[in-house]
Design a protein around this ligand. Sequence first.
Ligand SMILES: C[S@@+](CC[C@H](N)C(=O)[O-])C[C@H]1O[C@@H](n2cnc3c(N)ncnc32)[C@H](O)[C@@H]1O
Length: 406
Amino acid sequence: MSVPETTETNGAETKEAETKGVATLKPRGEDRVRGGHPWVYRSDVASVQNAEPGTIVEVRGPRDRMLGHALFSDQSQITIRMIARDETTIDDAFWRARLEAAIRFRDSLQINATAFRLVHGEADLLPSLIVDRYDDFLVLQALSQGMDRLTATLVRLLVEITGARGVLARNDPKVRRLEGLDQKVELLHGEVPETVDVREAGITYTVDPWHGQKTGLFLDQRENREAAARYARGRMLDCFSYNGGFALVLASRCTSVEALDVSAEAVDRITRNAIANGITNLTAREANVFDELRHLERDHARYDTIVLDPPAFAKNKAAVSNALSGYKEINLRALRLLNPGGILVTCSCSYNVDESMFAGAVFEASADAGVAVTVVEKRMQGRDHPVLLGVPETYYLKCLVLRKLA
Ligand SMILES: C[S@@+](CC[C@H](N)C(=O)[O-])C[C@H]1O[C@@H](n2cnc3c(N)ncnc32)[C@H](O)[C@@H]1O
């Protein structure tokens, strides 16, 4: 699935999109757009005229200055999602160029895997659109009224560009409710099997794109798994392991691997993935990591490599304080379980907890554990999940590779 340098647009298919409405911003909204942020909140919009939910609107400043085009939502607090900052016509050719640019960038990364992200929303100038590739199949998420309305066009273009055999909509994330959209999983093109086998870092994973977490795998950790493998050794503990991403990739470097997840389905999948890859030094068990770390400490267990990759603890700003306590607790316990010289790979995917807050929680954990820790690597989400500079919401995954001294 690669994209040629230039792709002819079929004139017959190119049609003007429905650029009808006009959204006029308040001064703060104009400042935000001119400052480069793609989102304008409801409170910064003065008026919206002639716009249906999810249609493309012209965006104008308070003095009628043309600011570009955007997707309009009549339900979300994010009323405006900028798609262009000029008078470009928003038609098939526009969307095709955006999709091709996103996919061509992934081609340029020469990712050594058959599953990765092709479109990462705002960071590909395709706000609220996610497209992941699993072998010859695509999994799409349309997370705003605008992208939902455009889905048929996007799927047709994606199939033309990539030749995908099937496209599945994993439109089940809760955020769709904020847009007044229903949560559903549906086949949009061709066929998508119940499971798809993909390869990453020499490991074959069986993925369930219909029911798996996210779109099937945590693709954003691919490069962190590869990085962690450079340091892994000895006895390893993989906490919050899901289908076994870290555990499976690191197993060949370690003498033994224990994987923990609260989901029985995930544990079953890790076990089957280990067998399919001929990995014999891995055991997976269903457990609540918070409880299990306490039990392991009580039993004086010791490890040389520990991975902490919990779900987002802070789904909103109100949850940040509890989230920081959670991060501190698991990191404190992990540091106590590590042998001197051991490696801790610790992650946070809560964008509400920024890099310095997360590092602060981990530092407090090290201070409480009474151990000195060095930062071996500071990492983030993989390059196929780019961060849009100036848009902190697009930087969500932090990953620290730490070494416990004494
Ligand atoms: C971010 S994912 C982990 C992804 C995985 N490390 C990978 O590379 O594919 C978080 C996982 O934590 C699990 N989980 C959530 N709360 C948990 C808990 N309290 N104890 C154990 N697992 C938990 C979820 O089932 C999910 O599989």
